[in-house]
Design a protein around this ligand. Structure first.
Ligand code: NOJ
Length: 531
């Protein structure tokens, strides 16, 4: 009898173990989890010189060097959201999302970059959008800077490489808080600092399209961090009564070790520090400042290359303190993954008289040919990456509040965008896995509302949930399959596998489920063995 009772109890313990293992895992997003959709000003607005708008560095680049754009196109008209904004707010409402993430064009508000001349038409334009969103109970999440610097500030100051920009940017942000802050409660200072600095000054990939590797990029980063901190403190002091939140959005292609050896794990860590840490370590780490590995490597390499001081500028102790803890949420944009290994050539300074970000990092990045291709050469589909990256942030920065501020995939067009649906389902599942690991993810903003101007790729890569007929006079928008599925995901807070019966271990979900099953079997077996 006692034996029987013992058996029974052990089975019961086994079952309870299994149930708790299974039930403590989220299978859907929490009720208060926020879903959103995103765009940016230069990519969708058009109206490049309408109603007093000034020229931006993207207007300038696309007009003066059209050959540097894949299809020689520009954003002069693009989706014409400047005229079609009402329809676009309707699209956002149709998706049922909580958040619309969009950016404000600095030269539309301040045509010359400075606050001495405010363009009333620009203020009206954004007021209309904000008011229409609020009427539908949609939270506007406004990016203050998504790459369209007024050309006058580039010509006159040298853009982000001149420390003067810190005050000029703060003035611009102040105008936005004054004009819109009574209604906008979620702000991000910068979208993707790594792109703003490395891709625009170090490589000619983004406007203003300089190719001066390894030097101005770090000046840009330095000024950008100071500008971010200045605006954060201004918002928290002068605009405290507006009771909003303000953060910053970094970007990363998640690194994974090429091989499972010590060197490749070091490459992973270094890669994270050079991309995310460059901007987030000064803000989020307990000690502040740039990551140690950046300070040491750039100092040493600068010395070997014959520079009189490190190409990475230093912060004073006061500045370090000022920059620390200046973000209410950790915004992260991510699309794909890398396989990384240390660069063997790294220790040969003679070969690297010309410094560069890549050489400073000393990591070689490749992608796995087996990962699904997209419509962009740089983007292959690897859903486990987002979980890995979110866990790195959790461990590195003491589990901050995170918003995935951009995630999505490109194709070459078409309404039946099954691959995009598959992408959202599998990346969202990976995020859910990360949340089950303990990551503090509060929101997900899909990229992008509609097909738009994809920077140097022009109109050759489509990221939209809505198709845009760029040839039609009113740039007709039509929902793709992904818009319908995303709407359902937003509504149910669950990924929508019905559209994807064939998705299996690509998502990492099956492997997670299998691991849970294996653990369950082991627990049960153990319960029997104990008896
Ligand atoms: C990140 C940028 O913020 C966005 O503007 C761009 O369209 C996407 N990446 C896709 O490349």
């Amino acid at each position: 009898m006692t034996n029987l009772l013992g058996y029974f109890l052990r089975i019961l313990i086994g079952i309870v173990g299994i149930t708790s293992l299974v039930t403590c895992q989220l299978s859907s997003f929490p009720e208060d989890f926020k879903f959103g959709i995103g765009t940016s000003s230069y990519q969708i607005e058009g109206g490049w010189n309408a109603d007093g708008k000034g020229e931006s560095i993207w207007d300038h680049l696309t007009h003066t060097r059209p050959e540097s754009i894949v299809d020689q196109s520009n954003g002069d008209v693009t989706t014409d959201s400047y005229k079609n904004w009402k329809r676009d707010v309707e699209l956002v409402r149709e998706l049922g999302v909580d958040i619309y993430r969009f950016s404000i064009s600095w030269p539309r508000i301040l045509p010359n970059g400075y606050k001495n001349h405010i363009n009333k038409a620009g203020i009206d334009y954004y007021n209309n959008i904000i008011n229409a969103l609020l009427a539908y109970n949609i939270t506007p999440m406004v990016t203050i800077y998504h790459w369209d610097l007024p050309q006058k500030l580039q010509d006159g100051l040298g853009g982000w490489t001149n420390s003067e920009i810190v005050d000029v940017y703060a003035d611009y942000a102040e105008v936005l808080f004054e004009q819109f802050g009574d209604r906008v409660k979620m702000w991000t200072t910068f979208n993707e600092p790594w792109h703003i600095c490395e891709q625009a000054y170090g490589q000619h990939y983004m406007a203003p399209s300089f190719d001066i590797p390894g030097i101005p990029i770090y000046l840009c980063g330095h000024n950008l961090l100071k500008a971010h901190a200045k605006v954060y403190h201004m918002y928290k002091l002068k605009f405290k009564h507006q009771k909003g939140t303000i953060g910053i959005t970094a970007d990363i292609t998640t690194p994974h070790p090429l091989k499972h050896n010590e060197h490749d794990y070091e490459a992973v860590e270094r890669n994270f520090q050079f991309y995310i840490g460059w901007f987030m370590h000064p803000i989020y780490s307990k000690i502040g400042n740039y990551p140690k590995v950046m300070i040491e490597r750039i100092k040493e390499l600068s010395h070997q290359q014959g520079f009189s001081k490190s190409r990475l500028p230093s912060f004073t102790d006061h500045e370090i303190k000022l920059i620390q803890n200046t973000s209410d949420f950790f915004g992260i944009n991510t699309y794909t993954s890398f396989l990384v290994t240390l660069n063997d050539d790294d220790k040969n300074p003679a070969k690297h008289r010309v410094p560069s970000f890549q050489h400073d990092m000393g990591v070689i990045e490749t992608q796995d040919e087996s990962w699904d291709k997209s419509g962009s050469p740089w983007l292959r589909v690897h859903p486990p990456g987002i979980r890995h990256m979110l866990n790195w942030i959790r461990k590195e920065y003491d589990n901050p509040v995170v918003y995935v501020t951009e995630n999505g995939v490109s194709d070459k067009g078409g309404l039946n965008d099954v691959k995009r649906v598959e992408y959202f389902n599998s990346y969202l599942t990976s995020i859910l896995n990360a949340m089950n690991d303990g990551c503090n993810v509060r929101g997900y903003i899909a990229w992008s509302l509609m097909d738009s101007y994809e920077w140097k790729a022009g109109y050759t890569e489509k990221f939209g949930l809505y198709h845009v007929d760029f040839k039609s006079p009113d740039k007709t928008r039509t929902p793709k399959m992904s818009a319908k599925v995303y709407k359902n995901i937003v509504k149910t807070h669950k990924v929508d596998w019905n559209y994807m019966p064939y998705v299996d271990d690509k998502s990492g979900t099956t492997s997670t489920k299998l691991s849970i099953l294996l653990i369950c079997i082991l627990v049960t077996l153990n319960a029997f063995k104990l008896s």
